[in-house]
Design a protein around this ligand. Structure first.
Ligand SMILES: Cc1cc2nc3c(=O)[nH]c(=O)nc-3n(C[C@H](O)[C@H](O)[C@H](O)COP(=O)(O)O)c2cc1C
Length: 218
């Protein structure tokens, strides 16, 4: 099967299986592609389980994420709805550890870092997806894209963490210009979010939610 077809089939499997709320909640550490190659039964959590069990992960194993898997994550991202189907986003995937480390060295030089748990400036992720959007607009569309990617990742046992913190630094500190140029966003686009991905190295506790935010209009 051609790579593109395989990616499409895997993505459809995720969506198809995820709609079935009775699917057994078993997650393999292998990607769907690896499971298919090993003739294993591919099992996914239900969409509701995936949403309810996702946590922001800030400590990861060093295991790399294969490009097949990163492609599935990104493809699921761009399946997100967007106003008038404008798809007003740009998605850049960084899985080059040297580059992640070089960026993090600058971060370490410029910030007081407790290096005990610090592996890199992207919350220790092994891959980072940078999102660009047209300046000052269309953020909602990219938010949908981001959540699609994080949920798709989690359905394959891959944790993630949105990071708004480094955005200003990356955009304004001239030491990062080389890396920002690499993103190669169109002229009228800007960096709006970095999302770190990796196989979880710990099990974060759920963070509380305020159910009072939801009200029926009677
Ligand atoms: C727009 C946005 C920006 C965020 N920025 C950061 C960040 O800079 N650093 C970080 O560690 N987590 C960041 N987070 C993750 C949030 O802290 C996290 O989603 C929140 O505490 C809820 O926890 P949960 O994701 O585990 O449910 C961000 C999340 C969002 C949606």
């Amino acid at each position: 099967m051609k790579l593109n077809n395989l990616i499409l089939v895997s993505a459809l499997l995720i969506i198809g299986c995820s709609n079935n709320t009775t699917t057994t909640a078993v997650l393999s550490e292998k990607t769907p592609t690896e499971q298919c190659n090993d003739n294993e039964k591919v099992e996914y959590k239900s969409t509701i389980d995936i949403i309810n069990t996702r946590r922001s992960v800030r400590m990861y194993k060093t295991t790399p994420i294969s490009r097949d898997t990163l492609n599935i994550i990104a493809e699921c991202g761009i399946k997100a709805p967007s106003g008038m189907n404008l798809q007003p986003w740009e998605v850049r995937i960084l899985d080059n550890q040297d580059m992640i480390n070089q960026m993090s060295e600058i971060y370490k030089e410029d910030n007081q870092i407790d290096t005990t748990l610090f592996r890199n400036m992207f919350r220790n992720a092994v891959a980072v997806i940078f999102l660009g959007a047209p300046k000052n607009t269309h953020l909602f569309d990219s938010g949908l894209l981001a959540e699609n990617m994080m949920l798709a990742a989690w359905s394959m046992g891959i944790g993630s963490c949105c990071q708004g913190g480094p955005i200003n630094l990356l955009k304004t500190n001239p030491k990062y210009k080389f890396f920002m140029d690499k993103l190669d966003f169109p002229e009228d686009y800007e960096l709006i979010m970095c999302i770190g991905f990796g196989y979880p190295g710990d099990t974060p506790k759920p963070t509380p939610r305020n159910a009072n935010k939801i009200k029926y209009i009677e």
